[in-house]
Design a protein around this ligand. Sequence first.
Ligand SMILES: *Cc1c(COP(=O)(O)O)cnc(C)c1O
Length: 368
Amino acid sequence: MELSPTRAEVNVAHLRQNVRMLIAHSGEAEVMGVVKADAYGHGAVRIVEALRNEGIHHFAVATVPEAIRIRNAGIDDPILVFAAPLPEYLPAYVAHRLGVTVSSIPVAEAVMRVARDVGPLHVHLKVDTGMGRIGCQPDEAPALVRQLERAPGVRLAGLWTHFANEDGPDAEAQQAQFSAFLSSLGGAPAPVHMHNSGAMLSGAHANLPLRDSLVRLGLALYGLTDPGRHPAAEGLRPLLRLISRVTHIKSVEAGTPISYRSTWCAPNRTRIATIGAGYGDGYPRLLSNRAVVSIGGHRIPVVGMICMDMMMVDLGPEGCPSISPGDEVVLFGEGGPTTAEVAQWANTITYEICCHLTARVPRIYVET
Ligand SMILES: *Cc1c(COP(=O)(O)O)cnc(C)c1O
């Protein structure tokens, strides 16, 4: 028996279905499963296991500890760490056989030293073609490739870049710059990867002279890409549902203030339900007085400030008599508002909504 009202359901059958669609869509390129930030809140180890069962054998995370958690679960596949490493982290890459992002000349030098003195390193050279975050400059890259190729203990395992915009002229300019770099090498001496979910689904991937060997997919695996924007995303299904339960119901008179700072007062006699979830679970406080939830198929508005552990909704003057304490509430996901709607109400993107689910919310894996 669950002794707390809130849970996140993760539908593994939807994941399997999404993976099959995306593998079909990615053509010759292999899918690299992006499972940073605990697989966007879905639970990295479980997601990696499900992805492996579907034939995915490349993974990426943001940080070394995220990668070590996956290794410690007994998973032996290549794991790339996206972040620019600080030199003192490099021995951990050797010890756990992690792919290291080389993002500058000083990092390349540190990597070559560690590969010679400590142990072998798998290197993915990151070129900044316009994201402006990490990566060596395109004019430095060819010389770095040559040096890394010759360095004892270094295996050049990837050449990559990352788009700031998934389509449009800026993405095309980035692609052109990356292709020019690859041509200057006389072809790619290592696997190439540049596309994330949006960039792949926008179709740019299909028309390149030098195609990806890998596509780095996160959001699409989790079924959260926008099918309005990417027709190719049609049919991908979200895995995640945030569910809570009604814990208290009362009737209030017109004028009764609800929650901290009394930002909402009942306009008439009405029935108010309290739900056992709040921003302490990762349901954004910015949704106060803005969101709706779903109870028994009714869309019910959130009223008053969302608290850390509770929130209130207005059942209306008729009071939805069928709703009673213990009833399930869908905060987002199938059967309720979409994650995209919630993200829009909270002035953010779906990525942030799922990453913000907190540790106290149990992840429950459902298979159908
Ligand atoms: C997070 C990330 C991805 C995955 O992006 P999605 O939009 O979730 O597919 C790919 N590449 C890099 C470098 C990333 O940081």
